[in-house]
Design a protein. Structure first.
Length: 268
């Protein structure tokens, strides 16, 4: 499993954090780090690297195209078994189809263009300054959680932060961070990420359900749990883990929960 890309991106995001000027920008970076830890903890660093390598919005061809987004949404609602991962065209934009039969979850996720993923030139930045001043998309810890809304809120503040960067490496790290959210949604693991985030929040206020000395002991315990297992936090040695389920590959997982300092280096 190649984890070097994720590790190097996490390191660069720590450097990027020095340029953050608002609490929202710091929180957006924390959200991005959490998505990267989720991907790494599920042993999907390799598929994520492949996803990044192949991602090119300009070269993707839609399976089917519609004149309006409403027509595409209606087609998706009425399709008996929509093709998960397919590219759909609607109103001049491309969308990735996310479908999880077990949860009857179906959604069209807009594919970001290269200009949205990477910094535009100075002339374009100046031309878009007024647009960038629009209010950020609504998202709060008290609202009903949606990975799409969570990502959209983060994208807005990461974009604001990007305007303060000059290092190509740091700008590329933000691009990778944005695509981490897309990867989670494109593979249909919205629900798994939601559970992971929920257990992380619970780990800050509650004791772990079980404690184990070794990973082997924890794996033995996990094998006895229902499938899918209920979300829970367990301790292995000095680390906390989130108990979850990979619904696409149908197996139980334990993903390490990063410390608060790993998610936000400002924490002492």
């Amino acid at each position: 499993m190649n984890t070097e890309l994720i590790k190097s991106t996490l390191n660069l995001l720590h450097e990027v954090g020095r340029h953050a000027s608002t609490p929202e920008q710091h929180e957006a970076l924390e959200n991005a780090r959490l998505a990267l830890y989720f991907i790494e903890g599920r042993s999907e660093a390799g598929p994520f690297a492949d996803y990044l390598e192949k991602f090119d919005a300009e070269s993707r061809r839609p399976l089917i195209a519609f004149e309006t987004k409403d027509e595409a949404d209606a087609w998706l609602r009425n399709h008996p078994a929509p093709p998960h991962g397919a590219t759909i065209g609607a109103a001049g934009s491309l969308y990735t189809l996310a479908y999880l039969r077990e949860l009857e979850h179906r959604k069209l996720l807009r594919v970001l263009t290269d200009k949205e993923l990477t910094r535009t030139d100075d002339a374009e930045v100046q031309a878009e300054e007024k647009e960038d001043e629009r209010p950020p998309p609504h998202w709060s810890h008290r609202s009903m959680f949606s990975v799409f809304g969570f990502a959209n809120w983060s994208f807005f503040h990461l974009h604001q932060l990007e305007q303060r960067l000059s290092s190509p490496e740091e700008i590329d790290a933000l691009r990778v961070a944005k695509l981490a959210f897309h990867f989670v949604m494109d593979v249909g693991e919205d629900h798994g990420f939601e559970e992971y985030r929920r257990t992380l929040l619970a780990s800050r206020t509650s004791h772990p359900l079980q404690s184990f000395a070794t990973r082997e002991e924890a794996d033995t315990w996990l094998a006895t749990q229902p499938e899918p297992p209920p979300p829970a936090v367990v301790a292995i040695g000095g680390d906390l883990y989130s108990v979850g389920y990979n619904r696409l590959k149908r197996y139980r997982v334990m993903i390490r929960i990063p410390t608060q300092q790993e998610l936000d280096p400002r924490v002492a």
